[in-house]
Design a protein around this ligand. Structure first.
Ligand code: CU
Length: 686
């Protein structure tokens, strides 16, 4: 606690006048973007559970009126995710940041939309799943660390589930909102609206949003070329109450981004498009003691078109389109017996991933070259998940397990034969079994709460790790080749949390440890020659004997008065492999502190985020020492009542002192945005 506080005082004190701090303290506003979920989970009735998930409330306008929970109402989903305690974002530009949980990226993560599996179509990770939804679609994002996320799929790092916003048969009738925002740094314009109808029998929610931004400017005024983007998103959700006990729901999202620049990469995206749809049947009563039966069928299709047509000088022109289609289902039900609350779930998905690369030599007499970078890999996964929440005296126990079968089928002959150059005995099909077991225990003392957990889990290689063919990584400047014979990665996980609450003051100390066997990472193979002009070498995905990773954090919250609140967070992370070599993308020591003020009419926040020098980096993966930084931001909000309707205005200043900085997770040290003034207006018609 001392540590965070002293940082706040230093910035406020010596470097910048103290009165500046206090001027804004009087106008501060309660910001509570992330809240630790209380130990009762509404989905499990009143049974006490020990789900230590973090819930990031996404505030659409409607919710912003209820919660006033956001510091920047129309910020991107990426910015919301970044406010989480455990999620960090890899940035390759201003758009489509790539989430990491517990310092682990997409291969080790399960990311779902309302429980639906969906996979990006880019071999270079330009299109994380989070880039195909917008805040206008969502009510909240649930972050489950480690095997606590196994309900949604096999995972090492945990699960991020983005939950769609639904009126859910509330008798609100017709409601509408119009929202608009502008940001000065990159001339970002945002226009959105919602039109909803809901009664006890039927609801229909629709929303639309458009975002367009030009290049942004780093601190000090340097323009970051190729950082523009444009995106449209629209969605519709409908529900029909068939009987008191039965509901039929449907959801649809269309998302399309154009002209997206990736300043940290040698290529851009001319089109990234997703269609995401589902139908669900929900029954409160099912068979006998089984309740809350929910079955969902879903499908999604993604098109990703990557090229370098806008780059002035390239050694060779490349077109790299990719496609990913996923079809899936799940069916789950609950059972309550004495002090046990069970949840059982069966699920499955079928994914098809295909990506191509065509090289067009500058010399017209030379032939074009064509490769399949993902050889039309079909992945079939079906699994069974069971959890038991046991309500104990002054505590709780949660036991959960998942078992799944996952098979790969390389369906394209050309792609299969290309991989056979490296793996002559490669079979077209393969099947793997995946397992997860976890036990969590919670004990409540008077003002103290103790959580302990231990877990085992594994995962199959991703399509890139298993079947990728000359995937260029601009960070370490190597071509990557997959290995279909990789072993599954297996993790042994331990975690704890100690929470202490006094009147108005809470403190939590939290940590987790991942011992990962057969850790998958790319290693240099000096016998192979590069495909990409200018690349330094070729890496092949390999199983390391093991890698260790741990994360520690302390967070505090102090309610100074009913209106004024202070919170702080410090985190420490460390990751090494079996040789003591640093793992890439491990965060240095970070801190965050925030003062918020909130009364009926005004709201405001003053926040400071920063990191110390990154001294534990991995030069073999293109990393270097990232300098320490501290960034100060503030925002002010006010609600105006216009008759029956409400107008909510919010203004803010980010990176107040226009600091030039980049973080450990900025691809190729691309600088972050400099000073930025934003304003948003939301108008609700009730
Ligand atoms: Cu791409």
């Amino acid at each position: 606690m001392k540590l965070t506080y002293s940082f706040g005082a230093r910035i406020g004190g010596s470097k910048y006048p103290v009165y500046l701090l206090f001027l804004f303290i009087t106008l501060l506003y309660q910001q509570n973007v992330q809240a630790q979920q209380p130990i009762t989970d509404p989905t499990l009735d009143s049974i006490l559970t020990i789900d230590l998930k973090e819930v990031i409330v996404i505030s659409s306008f409607k919710k912003s009126m209820e919660h006033k929970a956001q510091s920047k109402p129309l910020s991107t989903l990426d910015q919301y995710l970044e406010s989480s305690k455990k999620v960090t974002m890899i940035k390759r530009g201003a758009y489509a940041w790539d989430p990491m949980l517990n310092d682990m990226g997409s291969e080790r993560l399960s990311i779902t939309i309302d429980g639906m599996r969906i996979f990006g179509a880019c071999t270079d990770k330009m299109d994380p799943i989070t880039s195909y939804v917008d805040v206008s679609n969502l009510s909240d994002v649930q972050v489950n660390s480690g095997q606590q996320g196994a309900r949604h799929g096999n995972t090492i790092a945990g699960a991020i589930d983005m939950r769609l916003e639904k009126s859910n048969f509330k008798p609100t009738g017709w409601t509408a909102t119009v929202e608009t925002g502008y940001e000065t740094n990159n001339a970002s314009r945002i226009v959105g609206g919602e039109l909803n109808f809901s009664d006890e029998r039927f609801y229909l929610d629709t929303d639309i949003i458009h975002r367009k931004a030009e290049n942004y400017f780093a601190g000090g005024g340097e323009e970051v070329a190729f950082s523009q983007y444009e995106k449209y998103n629209l969605s519709a959700n409908a529900g029909y109450q068939v009987s008191k006990n039965q509901k039929l729901l449907a959801s649809f999202i269309f998302d399309e981004a154009h002209d997206v620049g990736y300043p940290a990469l040698p290529m851009d995206v001319s089109l990234a498009r997703a269609f995401i749809g589902s139908i669900s049947w929900i029954q409160t009563e099912f068979i006998g003691e089984l309740t809350h039966w929910e079955t969902k069928l879903y499908a999604n299709t993604i098109t990703h078109v990557m090229d370098d047509s806008k780059r002035p000088e390239v050694p060779i022109r490349m077109d790299m389109p990719g496609w990913s289609d996923t079809y899936g289902f799940y069916s789950q039900a609950k059972l309550t017996l004495d002090n046990h609350a069970f949840l059982g779930k069966i699920d499955g998905f079928y994914n098809r991933s295909l990506a191509e690369m065509t090289m067009h030599p500058n010399d017209p007499n030379k032939q074009e070259m064509f490769m399949l970078t993902w050889p039309d890999v079909h992945t079939l996964n079906y699994g069974f998940y069971l959890e038991d929440n046991v309500n104990l005296k002054e505590g709780a126990l949660k036991v959960s397990t998942r078992f799944a079968l996952q098979s790969f089928n390389v369906t394209d002959d050309f792609g299969l034969n290309s991989l056979k150059i490296f793996y002559p005995d490669l079979e077209r099909r393969q099947t793997r079994t995946l397992k997860s077991v976890s036990v969590h225990y919670q004990k409540n003392f008077k003002k103290l709460q103790l959580n302990l957990g231990i877990a085992y889990g594994d995962r199959a290689p991703s399509v890139s790790e298993g079947f990728g063919f000359y995937l260029f990584n601009s960070f370490d400047n190597h071509d990557y080749i997959g290995d279909p014979e990789l072993k599954n990665e297996k993790v042994l996980e331990g975690n704890f949390k100690i929470g202490y609450a006094l009147k108005g003051f809470t403190i939590g100390f939290e940590g987790n440890y991942f011992h990962t066997r057969d850790y998958i990472i790319g290693e240099i193979d000096s016998n192979l020659s590069v495909m990409t002009i200018g690349a330094d070498g070729v890496k092949v995905y390999t199983n390391l004997s093991y890698a260790n990773l741990y994360n520690l954090s302390v967070d505090m919250d102090y309610k100074i008065t009913t209106e004024l609140d202070w919170s702080g967070l410090v985190t420490y992370h460390r990751g090494t492999d079996h040789n003591g070599r640093n793992l890439p993308f491990i965060s240095p020591f970070t801190y965050r502190t925030q003062l918020t003020y909130d009364d009926e009419h005004f709201s405001g926040t003053l926040s400071l985020t920063g990191a110390l020098d990154q001294t534990k980096f991995n030069p073999g993966f293109g990393e270097d020492r990232t300098q320490a930084y501290a960034i100060l931001s503030l925002s002010l909000g006010k609600t105006f009542s216009l008759g029956k309707n409400d107008l909510y205005a919010k203004v803010g200043l980010e990176n107040l002192f226009d600091t030039y900085y980049s973080t450990y997770s900025d691809w190729n040290n691309i600088p972050r945005m400099g000073r930025n003034f934003f304003m948003t207006l939301s108008y609700a018609i009730n």
